[in-house]
Design a protein around this ligand. Structure first.
Ligand code: ATP
Length: 239
């Protein structure tokens, strides 16, 4: 919709010393929709997210957030511009409660905003609601994934980057989390970049998809078209 944020990536090249992780990658992440970024191990998916959020500096290329080039902008300033990044690994502070972990996502915001946002997150993720005062270390993998997504949402981002949220979770839990994401995107017209190796699940909630292969865009298009293309599924998506 009109007030959702577009992300446009043009000719992005990122190297780790001699290793080219992204080789002149271009893609448009449509506002208010889910774009799945798929591809095998080492394709460059994590590098893409880390570069968008300012953790890595590209060698060349442009990253435009709502029409403004943000290459060189620090991760902290990117988050103030409305970008949230949920990295792989579900890092929570184990000794803190669910609610304390959530509040960390809104540091620096005013408290009335926090209360409204917290309520919304508990509504979206019922398992977190019933565990507000539990230490984070008691959560299951799926609950932890909900917690890190919820923590990112505490900053009320306009663009959400998710790195492999389904990794290691049971199919039923993946479906639950992806359903919540879909509802969220529809309700708040958030722009989502969903990095996944679980291509089948990711394509089921995405509007658009990009397949990276060895740091280059191999295929892109509407998610349903990619999901129905047998040749492509066998070549790149493993299902
Ligand atoms: P995965 O699913 O395994 O995380 P990926 O698609 O996210 O894979 P990246 O992690 O972005 O891929 O890696 C892209 C390429 O960059 C790979 O060849 C990888 O070995 C290399 N690479 C990633 N991080 C580093 C690093 N810190 N130093 C050197 N090379 C790296």
């Amino acid at each position: 919709t009109s007030d959702a944020t577009e992300l446009v990536i043009t000719d992005l090249t990122v190297r780790y010393g001699p290793v080219t992780a992204l080789d002149s990658v271009s893609m448009t992440v449509a506002p208010g929709a889910v774009t799945a970024v798929l591809g095998a191990n080492g394709a460059g998916k994590t590098t893409l997210l880390r570069t968008i959020s300012g953790l890595l500096e590209p060698e060349s290329g442009r990253i435009e957030l709502a029409g403004v080039d943000v290459v060189g902008v620090s991760p902290d300033r990117m988050s103030r511009k409305g970008l949230a990044h949920v990295p792989e690994g579900r890092g929570v502070i184990a000794e803190l409660t669910v609610e304390e972990n959530l509040r960390l996502g809104a540091l620096g915001r005013n408290r009335s905003h926090d209360a409204v946002t917290l309520d919304r997150i508990y509504e979206m993720f019922p398992p977190l609601d019933s565990r507000r005062s539990s230490s984070a270390h008691t959560l299951s993998g799926g609950e932890r994934q909900m917690l890190v997504i919820g923590r990112a949402l505490m900053a009320t981002p306009s663009v959400l980057l998710l790195d492999e949220p389904s990794l290691g979770l049971a199919p039923k839990v993946v479906a639950q989390i992806f359903d919540i994401l879909r509802t969220l995107v529809d309700a708040e017209s958030m722009t989502v970049v969903l990095v996944e190796q679980n291509a089948r699940s990711a394509l089921s909630i995405a509007e658009h998809a990009v397949v990276l292969d060895l740091g280059k865009v191999a295929v892109e298009g509407p998610a349903d078209t990619l999901a129905e293309d047998d040749t492509l599924r066998h070549a790149y998506l493993g299902f």
